[in-house]
Structure formats: structure tokens, C-alpha cells
Design a protein around this ligand. Structure first.
Ligand SMILES: Cc1cc2nc3c(=O)[nH]c(=O)nc-3n(C[C@H](O)[C@H](O)[C@H](O)COP(=O)(O)O)c2cc1C
Length: 492
């Protein structure tokens, strides 16, 4: 047989097979009852599902503009990648930030900023000065709660090593204390979730013995009431992420979904909460605070009244306020989309209440909710936060590409998966350096912004140092939008 005849035969077979596949797909599509598009446009209609899925991955590369993606746009992500790599946050030609957009921050520069030699880094701040073991936190910007479970072991190790190098704290999240948290030897805040993972007895109740053991290794305790991404819902670790080791650390069965209750069963009121705080502080000698997302000023006001009634011994040492825009390992979309105030509203509201009740010096305020770059961190300090924490900022420093896969076991960067093949991509030593560099630059640049405003360091920021754009061409200083409650109590 000649070569051309061979070729015709092969092409004929290939064409026949393709035709057969198309006929099978056609029949599948017209006979199935689930998808209208496939029934009405057989075979070709399948492209819609394929392209819709691919769009998720490719949008960020080809179609989305620098400042338009959610939850974080490319400009913000790139800034974090660059600072994490230590190649600086310099831009050429000019900013792409549109300062006419409502909500933009504009810092109020001083005509005569401080000379380099007159500047200083922000001093440390003590949390829980009345405790047996107060916690002297060195820098304003730290790592927010993300549990080992939601995060992979290499991710937690890199965070622990990097945070220790930068002198900042990490928060364990609600999944208990893993050996990986201890690897860097830095400061740790232990979070007590509603299931009490890591500090529970055989019946799942808070164990004083376990609290004492953990207190040897951590600087402070944070009771989690809620987080911004899913207020009213407990933590959820899907079954495929509950490995044998995670099950051991949490004290739960392996391979079964790990759901914590949506409330601490023993905390039904502000009084219960304050008693629990007091108890944990008595048992451990460490500062104790709590984390919550705010829906309005009603409950925090009642809480302040209760604190004033019971006296400073019962006050929390800190409150972490998480904005409704906060991130999560897994949350129902309706809660993530529609519940709890964003941090821009929640933070000034909480700070004002604490000032109004004379508690601002007693209770440190920690803020979170997309506060991932130096501008946003500086805004939070102006609004009255003592510290800012971030989860996803540090995930970007670890190499997160925002593929939105945290709730599956398929994170392509190895950060939120327990698939060992994918974890291999995350080289702990390299990413630890990036975590340290990112934390260092944010803390450094926040001070740099303060210097531009004529302040010696970022701890001196007040509301009048930042203006918020209301509409194109019109901004107002933050202290006019959120006036300090009593002029006499205005911090100086
Ligand atoms: C992967 C992941 C896991 C998280 N796990 C916890 C947790 O265990 N406990 C908690 O209080 N918040 C948890 N959070 C919420 C963060 O601590 C933080 O409050 C929120 O993401 C806002 O900060 P961000 O906008 O800088 O990410 C988690 C967030 C992410 C992204």
C-alpha cells in the first residue's frame, strides 16, 4: 500500500472515531434532563461549563484590570509579593490608584516632615499590664488566626519561622497548638474556639489542666466568639482535611468533618463571657481577650456597661474586631456576603464605645479585615486600633495566588491542602523569609507614613491624619466622619 493510501486510511479512522464521540455526546446531551443549555444546544453547549470553570483561573491573568478583582486586586497582591520578596514597593511613572473613588484614604502630609534622624520605629505596647505575665507586643502588624488544618503543616512552619524572625506574633486559630506553631520560637496567641480544640477534656469542656500546659508556651489567649466571614457559624474543617495528626491535635475522629458549635455552650451572655475571661486569666496568668465581628453598637455598648459594673479585673485585655469582609477556610456564602459590618465601620464604632466608657487604655484593640498593606494598616491605627492582624496578607506572602480553593483539598500552592504532592511546592525556608520580609516592610512603611504626616512613629496616628474620599474631588478627615466621643477623652 502506498504512503498516501495509509494516510487516508488513518485519517478516515480518526474522523470516524471523532464522529462517533460527537454522536455519543449529542445523544447524552439531548437525553439528559439536568441542563437546559445542553438539551437545547447539544455538544456545543458544553463549552459554556468548560469556559465558566476556566474563567475562574484565567480572569486574573488576561481580563481583570489591576484594581478591579475581589477579594484582592492585582495591584494589592503584587505589592505584597514584591515586599515579601524584598524587592520593594516602588512604582514608576505614577499611581494607578484612583483617588476620586469613594472610600479611598488620603494621609495628611505635614509641610515639614520629620528628618530621618528625628524618626523612630513604633515602640512595643503591653497587652494585659495587670496580668501575672503581661505580653509586650513589639510591632503593630501581626498574623491573624488560621488553624493548622485550614493551613498545611509547611504553611504553619513558614509562618512560625518568618513571624519569629520579624518579631511579630502568630495566632493559632481555633485548631489547637501544633508542633509547627512552636518551630520558630516566637510569640504565639492561642485561640480558644467554640469546640475548645487543644484545651478540652474528654467531654469537650474547657480543661484548666490543659490551659496551664498551653500557657507555658503562649503569650496570650483569645476566645473566639465569631469571625467576620461567618458570624453565627462555627469552624468547619471538611472531612478530607481531617488527617490523623489533625484529629490527634484537636481530639476528634479522623476523616470526619470537624464542625465546632456556633457558640461557646457555656457563654450565653456578656456576664458569662467576662467570667470566662477572668477565669482563664486567673488559671494561666496570661492576658485574655476575645474576637468578634460586630453587627451594630448595641451589644458592645452593653458589654462596656457590664465591664464598668464588674470592674477592671473582669475586663478583657484586648478585643479583636474582625470586619465582615474577613477571610475564611470555609464558610457559607450568604454569611460571607451579607453578615457583619465591614471593618471601616466596625473599628471606629468599637473604639468610640471604649473611649466613651473610659476603657480604651485598659482594653487593647486589634483590627482585621483586608488590612493587608501599609496604607490600610495605617488607616486602622488612625481610627484607633492598637494592633492590626492579617490572615490573607500572610497567605499571599506564602505564595497564595487567590485560586479560592481553601475549602477543597486542592490549593495549588500547598498552603491550604494536606495533599503532600501539592505541599512540596511550598519550600518552608524560602517562604519564611518572605513572611518576615512582608511583616518587616508593612511595619516599616506604616512608620514611614507617620513620618510623612510629621509624627515620630505610627503609634501617634490620630483620626485627623487621614482623610476619606466621600465622592470624586471631596474628602473629609476621619475625625469629622467619626468624631471622638468626648473631646476631653480624645487621645493626645
Ligand atoms: C484560611 C483561613 C483560615 C482561618 N481560620 C480562622 C480561625 O481558625 N479562627 C479565626 O478566628 N479566624 C480564622 N480566619 C479569619 C482570619 O483570622 C481573619 O480574621 C480574616 O481573614 C480577616 O483578615 P484578612 O482579611 O487579613 O484575611 C481564617 C482565615 C483564613 C483565610
Amino acid at each position: 500500500m502506498s504512503v498516501s493510501l495509509w494516510m487516508f486510511t488513518i485519517l478516515g479512522w480518526a474522523g470516524g472515531i471523532v464522529l462517533l464521540i460527537l454522536v455519543i455526546l449529542f445523544l447524552q446531551d439531548v437525553l439528559q434532563k439536568e441542563h437546559a443549555i445542553r438539551r437545547n444546544f447539544p455538544v456545543i453547549g458544553r463549552l459554556r461549563y468548560f469556559l465558566e470553570r476556566q474563567g475562574e483561573f484565567f480572569r486574573q491573568y488576561f481580563f481583570a484590570m489591576d484594581r478591579e478583582e475581589q477579594p484582592f486586586n492585582r495591584a494589592t497582591r503584587t505589592w505584597i509579593y514584591r515586599t515579601a520578596k524584598g524587592i520593594g514597593g516602588l512604582v514608576g511613572f505614577g499611581s494607578t490608584n484612583d483617588l476620586r473613588e469613594p472610600g479611598s484614604y488620603i494621609f495628611v502630609n505635614a509641610p515639614y516632615p520629620l528628618l530621618e534622624e528625628e524618626c523612630e520605629p513604633s515602640p512595643p505596647l503591653v497587652i494585659g499590664p495587670r496580668c501575672a505575665h503581661p505580653f509586650e507586643a513589639r510591632h503593630p502588624f501581626n498574623v491573624s488566626g488560621m488553624s493548622y488544618g485550614a493551613l498545611s503543616a509547611p504553611a504553619v512552619r513558614a509562618l512560625s519561622l518568618g513571624a519569629a524572625e520579624a518579631g511579630i506574633w502568630i495566632n493559632t486559630g481555633e485548631g489547637g497548638l501544633a508542633p509547627y506553631h512552636l518551630e520558630g520560637g516566637g510569640d504565639i496567641v492561642f485561640q480558644i474556639g467554640t469546640a475548645k480544640y487543644g484545651v478540652r477534656d474528654a467531654e469537650g469542656r474547657l480543661s484548666d489542666q490543659r490551659l496551664k500546659e498551653v500557657a507555658e508556651r503562649v503569650k496570650a489567649f483569645e476566645i473566639k466568639l465569631s469571625q467576620g466571614a461567618k458570624p453565627g457559624r462555627g469552624g468547619v474543617l471538611p472531612a478530607h482535611k481531617v488527617t490523623a495528626e489533625i484529629a490527634r491535635i484537636r481530639g476528634i475522629p479522623e476523616g470526619k468533618v470537624s464542625s465546632s458549635p456556633n457558640r461557646h455552650p457555656e457563654i450565653r451572655s456578656h456576664l458569662d463571657l467576662l467570667r470566662m475571661i477572668h477565669h482563664i486569666r486567673e488559671v494561666t496568668g496570661r492576658p485574655v481577650g476575645f474576637k468578634m465581628a460586630l453587627g451594630s453598637d448595641i451589644y458592645p455598648r452593653l458589654l462596656c456597661e457590664e465591664v464598668v459594673r464588674l470592674g477592671p479585673d473582669f475586663a478583657p485585655d484586648f478585643i479583636t474586631v474582625d470586619g465582615g469582609e474577613g477571610g475564611t477556610g470555609a464558610a457559607p456564602q450568604v454569611l460571607a456576603d451579607h453578615v457583619a459590618l465591614p471593618i471601616g465601620e466596625a473599628l471606629p464604632l468599637l473604639v468610640d464605645l471604649l473611649m466613651e466608657y473610659g476603657l480604651k487604655d485598659r482594653i487593647r484593640v486589634i483590627a482585621s479585615g483586608k488590612l493587608v498593606d501599609s496604607g490600610r494598616v495605617a488607616w486602622a491605627l488612625c481610627a484607633g486600633a492598637d494592633f492590626v492582624v492579617s490572615a490573607r496578607g500572610f497567605m499571599f506572602a506564602l505564595g497564595c495566588i487567590q485560586s479560592l480553593q481553601c475549602h477543597n483539598n486542592s490549593c495549588p500552592t500547598g498552603i491550604t491542602t494536606h495533599n503532600q504532592r501539592l505541599q512540596k511546592g511550598l519550600v518552608v525556608e524560602e517562604k519564611a523569609r518572605r513572611v518576615a520580609s512582608y511583616a518587616h516592610w508593612v511595619n516599616h512603611e506604616v512608620d514611614r507614613l507617620a513620618h510623612a504626616c510629621g509624627l515620630a512613629n505610627a503609634r501617634l496616628f490620630r483620626r485627623e491624619h487621614v482623610r476619606i474620599v466621600q465622592r470624586a474631588g471631596h474628602s473629609l478627615p476621619l475625625d469629622q466622619i467619626y468624631p471622638y466621643p468626648h473631646r476631653s477623652q480624645r487621645p493626645i
